[in-house]
Design a binder for this molecule. Sequence first.
Ligand code: FBP
Length: 322
Amino acid sequence: MLRLEQSLNQQGLATDLQHLILSLADCGREISALVRGGALAGVLGVADTENVQGETQKKLDIIANDLIKDKLAANALVKGIASEEEEEVVAANTDGSYLVCFDPLDGSSNIDINSLVGTIFSVLPAGEGEVNQHAFMQPGTAQSCACYILYGPATVMALTTGQGTQMYSLDPKTNDFILVDDAVTVPADTGEFAINMSNQRFWQPAMQSYIADLIAGKEGPRGRNFNMRWIAAMVGDVHRVLSRGGLFTYPQDTKNPEKPFKLRLMYEANPMAFLVEQAGGKASTGYERIMAIQPEHIHQRVAVILGSANEVDACLEYHAQN
Ligand code: FBP
């Protein structure tokens, strides 16, 4: 049984990066305890504020955001922070060598129904100059590390530093993250997809035809049946993809013309793309590799199609034809 610290050491990672990852794991441990406490810990329910995206913030969103901000600001390795819940990037320690982007509680609408939520981190190298939005404008290929901590029946952490994807499980007895899979592998083929079907009429033609052909099943052009799953928390849906394969997508839609994309590049799409690619899967917008996108804004949103390599390719063919 390898503990997280032993496994990081065995991977031969730079000491600084090991320490930073341990801080991220600490945040996950504390948030996990709060999530487990639920109503008893007084953390459920809605706060009377909205985040920078105009979405109602749940109490736990705010608590998790503050907890991570405080912990990372106290870590000398962290030069700057960008959060889904903060309008501006936050400067931390002048001599720090990393920038950390995070979604403190992804899938927050699941909190009150006791369903899956998680925390997502993306770590970028900090350059020389001062910490401003420009410093964060690095493509996903520049990430030093990506991870999520999923608060489910078990608390698990998926991690990549570019040497494959590893999975850890939080031992409730010792509160240690224990390595449970040292080489997560996403099967190339799948019979499972995840999409919010209620947006069907708002999708672009390429996604309309792709999903219609999946649903047509054995009698349709794909010649086999597909199954659908939707957790409504990217962190849960991506965990299923890492665990047994599948295709997850949140495509462009016209539901709200001012917001054609839902998922955020810097703290959702990029870290998940890194984890999925390192496990042998693919991650695209339909037209380009997610990790190749040159970001223009810290809260930028993108279309996401990720998962089993052959199925992502099948979906991309529909995009190439439209
Ligand atoms: P929140 O973190 O604010 O909940 O939003 C992100 C997200 O939950 C994704 O994780 C998920 O894939 C998507 O929104 C679900 O959207 P929908 O409301 O369309 O089901």
